[in-house]
Design a protein around this ligand. Structure first.
Ligand code: DAH
Length: 373
C-alpha cells in the first residue's frame, strides 16, 4: 500500500522546488493529472471494502485537497515573483532626458539672408520685395538696358512664352527691378503708379534692401540656374560714393566679424549705375579657408555704383535733386565664403546629409541683440 505520508512529503518538496509555472504544471500533472499518483489512489477506492474505504478514503481525499491547495499557493507565489521581476526590468526612469529627436535645419542661404537683414536693419534699411516673374520693362528697360543692347544677353535670361498680350515675361535675372518698383511707388506724382501698387506717398529718402530669388540659365561650381541676391538702394539729397563705401565696409566688417576690413573699388560697367564698380575685399586664400582682412589677395564681393540719372528720370525723380547709390550681393556666394561651402550646386541639391552638416539650428536665428550666428 502506498505510503501517503511519504507521497505527500515528496510532492510537497517538488512543489516547493518548482522554479517556474511550467515545472509546477509538470508536478501537478504527475500528481493530479489523468494518471497522476493521487488520481490513481482515488481510483482504488472503488475496490476497497467499506471499512477500508471509511478509514482510507478521507486520508486520500485530504491528501488530494492539500496538494491541490499547495500547488495553487505556489502558483500564486511564482506569478507574483514574475510580476516583480518584470516591474524591476521594465522600470521607466522619468528623470532621464528623452532620446534625441531628428529636427529640420535652417538652410545656410536663409541663415545668411537673415544675418544680412539683421545687419542692414541695424543700419536703418527697410525691407522690400518684388515678383520673381518680371516684365521686360522692370528687369531691363527701366534699368537703362537699351533695347536690343548686348547687355540683355549678358544675363542668360529665362524667357517665358508669349502671353495673350504678346508680351514675354522673364524670370528676373537680378533683384534690381525692385529698385524701380520702390522708386515708382515712393514717387506719388508719377502717372501709372497704379500698376505698381499704391504709392507710399511723398518723396525720398529711400533706404531699402531687397533679398530674393533670381534666375539665369547657367550651371557650374559657382553658378546655379536659381540663386539669391540682396539688392540695396539709397536715394536722398547729396548722396555720394563715400556713403556707398562706408555702408559696404561697415556691412562687411559686421558680417565677417572682423574690424580688419580693407576694400578697393574696381571700375566696372552696369547699365543702371554711373559710375559703376565692383568692390573687392582683401583676404588670405593660402589655406583651406578664406580669411577676410588678412593676406594680400583680393576677392570680388559686391557690384555697386551711383544710380544712373536715366533710371532716376524713368522713376520720376529729378537727378538734379536726388542722387543715390545701389549695390547687389550674391547671398549664396557670401554664405559659401563665410561657412566654407566649396560648390554652389550642393546648396540646392536637397541632400539631407549636407543640410545636417551645413544647416543651422532654428534656435540660432540671427538678431543684433543676441549675435548673428
Ligand atoms: N544687378 C547686378 C547683377 O545682377 C548686381 C548689381 C550691380 C546691383 C550693381 C546693383 C548695382 O544694384 O548697383 O549682376
Amino acid at each position: 500500500m502506498t505510503d501517503l505520508t511519504k507521497l505527500e512529503a515528496d510532492l510537497s518538496a517538488l512543489i516547493a522546488a518548482a522554479p517556474d509555472a511550467a515545472a509546477l504544471e509538470a508536478v501537478r500533472d504527475a500528481a493530479l493529472g489523468k494518471s497522476g499518483s493521487i488520481s490513481d489512489l482515488l481510483k482504488t477506492r472503488g475496490a476497497m471494502s467499506p471499512d477500508e474505504r471509511r478509514e482510507r478514503g478521507p486520508l486520500i481525499n485530504g491528501l488530494r485537497d492539500r496538494i491541490g491547495a499547495a500547488i495553487a499557493e505556489r502558483k500564486a507565489e511564482l506569478e507574483a515573483g514574475e510580476l516583480d521581476a518584470r516591474l524591476a526590468a521594465e522600470h521607466v526612469d522619468l528623470t532621464l532626458p528623452p532620446p534625441p529627436e531628428r529636427r529640420g535645419r535652417v538652410h545656410p542661404t536663409m541663415q545668411v539672408q537673415d544675418e544680412m537683414i539683421a545687419i542692414f536693419a541695424e543700419m536703418g534699411f527697410g525691407l522690400a520685395e518684388g515678383p520673381d516673374i518680371e516684365d521686360d520693362f522692370h528687369n531691363f528697360t527701366a534699368l537703362n538696358f537699351p533695347p536690343k543692347h548686348p547687355a540683355r544677353e549678358m544675363h542668360d535670361t529665362f524667357w517665358l512664352p508669349q502671353d495673350e498680350h504678346g508680351e514675354r515675361k522673364v524670370l528676373r535675372t537680378h533683384t534690381s527691378p525692385v529698385q524701380i518698383r520702390t522708386m515708382q511707388r515712393t514717387n506719388q506724382a508719377l502717372p501709372g503708379w497704379i500698376a505698381n501698387g499704391p504709392p507710399n506717398g511723398g518723396e525720398p529718402p529711400i533706404r531699402i534692401i531687397v533679398p530674393g530669388r533670381t534666375y539665369r540659365s547657367d550651371s557650374d561650381a559657382t553658378h546655379t540656374p536659381m540663386f539669391h541676391q540682396l539688392e540695396g538702394l539709397v536715394i536722398d539729397r547729396a548722396i555720394h560714393m563715400g556713403h556707398l563705401k562706408w555702408t559696404l565696409e561697415t556691412f562687411i566688417a559686421r558680417y565677417f566679424e572682423t574690424p580688419l576690413v580693407e576694400t578697393r573699388f574696381r571700375p566696372h560697367h552696369f547699365p543702371f549705375t554711373e559710375p559703376s564698380a565692383e568692390m573687392d575685399v582683401k583676404c588670405d586664400r593660402s589655406g583651406a579657408d578664406i580669411k577676410i582682412g588678412q593676406g594680400d589677395d583680393w576677392m570680388e564681393i559686391v557690384g555697386c555704383g551711383m544710380v544712373h540719372p536715366n533710371v532716376l528720370r524713368t522713376c520720376g525723380l529729378d537727378p538734379d535733386v536726388w542722387q543715390g547709390f545701389a549695390f547687389g550681393f550674391g547671398i549664396d556666394r557670401l554664405g559659401m565664403l563665410k561657412y566654407g561651402v566649396p560648390d554652389l550646386r550642393d546648396m540646392f541639391a536637397s541632400d539631407v546629409r549636407w543640410l545636417d552638416h551645413y544647416g543651422f539650428s532654428a534656435f540660432a536665428a540671427p538678431n543684433p541683440a543676441t549675435g548673428l550666428s
